[in-house]
Design a protein around this ligand. Structure first.
Ligand code: IVH
Length: 660
């Protein structure tokens, strides 16, 4: 036991070191796979010896249930904000005020990170609380969310009796773009800027959602410390770094206000090259003793000031609105602008995101508009300058039909996006095919994005169903496609005709209908032709089918273009029915299964039902008599037992294949 404890400690230290190198220093020492392996080892040992789990273990970042609300946290002392300066003259004025009270003035100039202010409390070196700033006096307890941010240490280098620090949680520009793109693809509202995105992510009641977003942090202030004396800001930043905190590397010691100004000017240019957004520079008197002398006003310290950068916004004219269909079928407006130079580039197009936003902001063609770059990258219209209207500006309406294929445009309840639901729409075709051929769908081996690209470019496939009318000669001429691979591909396409119906329903890429829902649907509806006759009410009477899914199914099958596709798939010999149970054949008869971990496409109950329907037995514990252990995500100790007893372990895909 003591040995296990030691091994666990070693693994944790090792993992902490790698987290620090990866997330704080941005300089990994090992590959992701090696890191995952270490993490799995630790996880396995902790599964076996749950009594040895401690809250500061690297395995414990995401845990616990979603909260109902955030508890209030009263700050030790009010969290101040900063006065602003907008010019050299205002900076000099600040310097004069400081110099009147303090002697031997020197400053630390730091970047003003555009994020969310946070307080972290460490007791005996362990993170015990994290709170938002709130109104400065009382914040919200967001500990479980902050724990998911990998660059925030759960344990400090030293076991200081108590340390309270302040910093900024931010969302890197790249993550902001990724998240908004994901939201746009889901038809959801997007975040206006990385700061809102960071704030929204921290205020999630479910820490799992926070964990799914790559938030980051910089810590810049010691609010309270026991067991160590800190004399100036430079020492504070070094100490924070040494304790394992992410500290912004751009901070600079300046001996006079001119150096501070030069630093600020420099970053006004360089800000666009940084991977995170800044909205200015914070100038702090270096010496703690001199800070005491200067004191504070009700709201802000007299020893610090924020030099705010001017907002990067420009006026230009909205010449036209182009309507595009994205690769997933979302129909979105794009602004065509009179070219204008903005934040380092010339901007002539801007994303308008969705038609709701256009209406909310009342943007019209011909308007003079104010533009900026969201996340420092994506040009956007902030608002029209209504005073400059001439009266000839035109309102913009969403189209009734898809500009790429003419299908009726659809909008789902609760979504902002308008969509084209024609699986064969030329704008969507490549994406439709990639999904159609993918493993959870028709699982056509060898039909990946590179081949699909060529099939579409060469007009060999203009509709998804054309796949089943291809012959070897058609595809033998494609790049990197020899005679053998051509015949293999044709065979793989032919083999896919006999897939069970739920796979075909999945492959159609119907909104909100993944493979799990497709299985539920086809366990009640045994023939694809019935799908076009069924209404929303009937669909909703099927357990687990909600109104959004029902609406989506009905809209998909009502589109004549989709009906045509299904008819052609059927004509090509693709299976469109659920085969009736072949005289009570029980292929799993006599086999015992044990389930562990979470499966993606089935609940445990569903998995058990399927096994039993095919004649198998499900047991709660692993023994030598167990035939198969089905391991989902984060398997428990049954997994280790299976390894020990050398029982065959199946992953989810292998298990699903067995059920077919
Ligand atoms: S110092 C008393 N340093 O800017 C010390 N603040 O307007 C106050 N901020 O609420 C904060 N980067 O959220 C400080 N390097 C930095 C900062 C920073 C961003 C934020 C902070 C504060 C706001 C002040």
């Amino acid at each position: 036991m003591a040995e296990v404890g030691e091994r666990i400690n070693e693994l944790r230290q090792e993992l902490r070191k790698h987290e620090y190198h990866y997330y704080v220093l941005d300089d990994p020492l090992i590959s992701d796979a090696e890191y995952d392996q270490l993490m799995r080892k630790l996880q396995q040992l902790e599964n076996e010896y749950p009594e040895l789990i401690t809250p500061d273990s690297p395995t414990q970042r995401v845990g616990g249930q979603a909260a109902e609300k955030f508890d209030p946290v009263v700050h030790r002392k009010p969290l101040l904000s900063l006065d602003n300066a907008f010019s050299l003259a205002e900076l000099q004025e600040f310097n004069r005020r400081v110099s009147r009270a303090a002697t031997a003035v020197s400053y630390m100039a730091e970047l003003k990170i555009d994020g969310v202010s946070i307080v972290l409390v460490y007791q005996d070196g362990i993170l015990v609380n994290a709170a938002t700033r709130g109104d400065g006096l009382v914040g919200e307890d967001v500990t479980n969310n902050i724990r998911t941010i990998r660059s925030i240490p759960l344990r400090l280098q030293d076991n200081l009796p108590r340390l309270e620090v302040r910093g900024e949680i931010y969302m890197p520009k790249s993550e902001f773009l990724r998240l908004n793109q994901e939201k746009e693809e889901k038809g959801e509202k997007i975040f206006a800027n990385p700061r809102n995105a960071a704030a929204g992510s921290i205020r999630q009641l479910d820490p799992g959602i926070t964990a799914s977003r790559a938030l980051a942090a910089f810590i810049y202030d010691i609010i309270y410390i026991e067991g160590k004396e800190i004399h100036d800001q430079q020492e504070a930043l070094n100490f924070l770094k040494q304790q394992g905190f992410p500290v912004n590397p751009e901070a600079c010691y300046c001996t006079d206000i001119e150096a501070v100004y030069a630093y600020s000017q420099g970053y006004q240019e360089k800000r666009h090259d940084l991977p995170y957004e800044i909205d200015g520079v914070v100038i702090k008197l270096n010496s703690m003793a001199e800070r005491e002398i200067l004191g504070q006003t009700a709201k802000s310290p007299r020893w610090a000031i924020a030099y705010k950068f001017p907002a990067e916004e420009k006026e230009t004219r909205l010449l036209a609105v182009e309507i595009n269909v994205g690769r997933t079928g979302i129909i979105a407006p794009t602004a065509i602008l009179e070219p204008v130079s903005l934040a380092g580039t010339t901007v002539s197009r801007a994303s308008l995101h969705n038609f709701d936003l256009l209406r909310e902001k009342d943007i019209r063609v011909g308007d003079t508009v104010l533009v900026h770059k969201a996340g420092d990258i994506i040009p956007e219209i902030i608002k029209p300058i209504v005073e400059k209207r001439q009266g000839r500006e035109e309102e913009i309406e969403p189209p009734g039909n898809c500009p790429a294929c003419g299908s009726q445009v659809i909008r789902f309840e609760g979504e902002v996006a308008y969509r084209c639901e024609n699986i064969n729409c030329p704008a969507r075709l490549k994406e439709s095919l990639i999904f159609f051929a993918s493993r959870p769908a028709m699982n056509i081996d060898g039909l990946g994005p590179a081949v699909i690209d060529q099939l579409v470019e060469k007009n060999l496939v203009e509709k998804v169903d054309d796949l089943y009318y291809l012959n070897e000669a058609d595809i033998a001429g494609l790049d990197r496609m020899g005679a053998k691979s051509a015949s293999n591909l044709i065979q793989a396409i032919a083999d896919s005709k006999t897939r069970p119906l739920y796979r075909l329903v999945t492959a159609l890429g119907i909104r909100h209908i993944g493979s799990k829902t497709a299985r539920i649907l086809t366990s009640h509806i045994h023939d694809i032709d019935k799908f076009s006759q069924i209404n929303e009410e009937q669909l909703m009477s099927i357990p687990e089918i909600g109104p959004r899914m029902a609406e989506s199914v009905v809209k998909f099958f009502r589109e004549p273009r989709n009906q045509e596709t299904i008819a052609r798939l059927k004509a090509a010999g693709v299976n469109t029915v659920v085969a009736e149970s072949s005289g009570g054949l029980k292929p799993l008869a006599g086999k015992t299964f044990v389930l562990t971990g979470t499966l993606e496409s089935l609940t445990r109950n569903e998995a058990s039902e399927k096994i039993e329907a095919l004649g198998g037995k499900v047991s709660g514990s692993v023994s030598k008599k167990t035939d198969y252990v089905v391991a989902g995500a984060e398997p428990g100790s049954k997994y280790n037992k299976a390894l020990q007893l050398e029982v065959t372990i199946l992953n989810e895909d292998e298990f699903l294949n067995m059920l077919e």
